[in-house]
Design a protein around this ligand. Sequence first.
Ligand code: MRU
Length: 360
Amino acid sequence: MQIDDQHIQSIWYDMETDSVNIIDQTRLPHEFKIVALQNLHDACHAITKMQVRGAPLIGVTAAYGLYLALRKDPASLDEAIKDLSATRTTAVNLRWALQRVEQVLLSTTLNQRAAKALETAQLIEKEDIAICQSIGDYGAPILKSLWRAKDSSQSIVNVLTHCNAGALATVDSGTALSVVYQAVSAGIPVHVWVDETRPRNQGAALTCWELGQHDIPHTLIVDNAGGHLMQQGDIDVVLVGSDRTTLDGDVCNKIGTYLKALAASDNNVPFYAALPVSSFDFSVDSDVIPIEQRAAEEVSHITGIDEAGLFRQVRIAPRDVAISNYGFDITPARLVTGLITELGVFEANRDSLKQLLKRP
Ligand code: MRU
């Protein structure tokens, strides 16, 4: 991603210091801070505290976490997988990445483990960049045809997005936002409506920051505004990411995504999810996807900076109020126009998605 005219990834391995660097996303948009992960605890902490977040980036961080654990103790593989698996539960890329590294390590000796884990994590990192690029390549023509279908070639394609499915949720460029970036590079004028995405405000804090860095026109809205904007004809397409999608095409994504899909369906607005194939889970139906229930403080409090630039957390709900805080919801396949992947755009149904099962 571009930051102040510099290209930077959300995660990278620094050979000189033998550490894994991340952007601390809990400080954005107020402070750009790079944190070096030195051990398994740092990696688990980064995922749990959401210094890194977004399904693909969680997966890459977990792969590097295994390297950091094995560097210290090559016999700690099972323990490290257990610790990393427990950090977040909904995004399937975490499990996918851990299994992929584990698979490679099956054929290595104990003293080769760390080097092999590092090599695999670096490979996953590299692949994620290419995958996101390809998602953008397949998705951009959708925005192009929406643009062409508009009254005047001068008009803008209005995208609504939820949460952050951008460069910050992946190694680079993102899933849903990769589609936007590729469309803009192809000369299609795009404006993005950004849902603030309570309670963690990934839209307000991260997506707006990221789009600003890329000079993409965008407007921040409250989570409840999308339906109204659709009724007014101000949204041409909804583009979101996914933390886990089933063989039937049900899309699990940040809480509130389902309501956007319902409103989109009622207003004939196309609804697409953009995701890497590693975010599919063909082993479960959507009713058994584990939905994270998160800390009550995310709802009862809000975090930001004050006029002096100091980080503050303030309470916005009465003390001791009962709080429910589900992190994700399921958008049923019938509300999904298409699934944009690195292998093409698929219909959200078993017949279409089973082509992915046939891959080598
Ligand atoms: O809780 P988060 O911030 O990790 O949730 C992220 C999302 O829901 C994204 O939309 C999803 O991971 C897709 S990101 C490419």
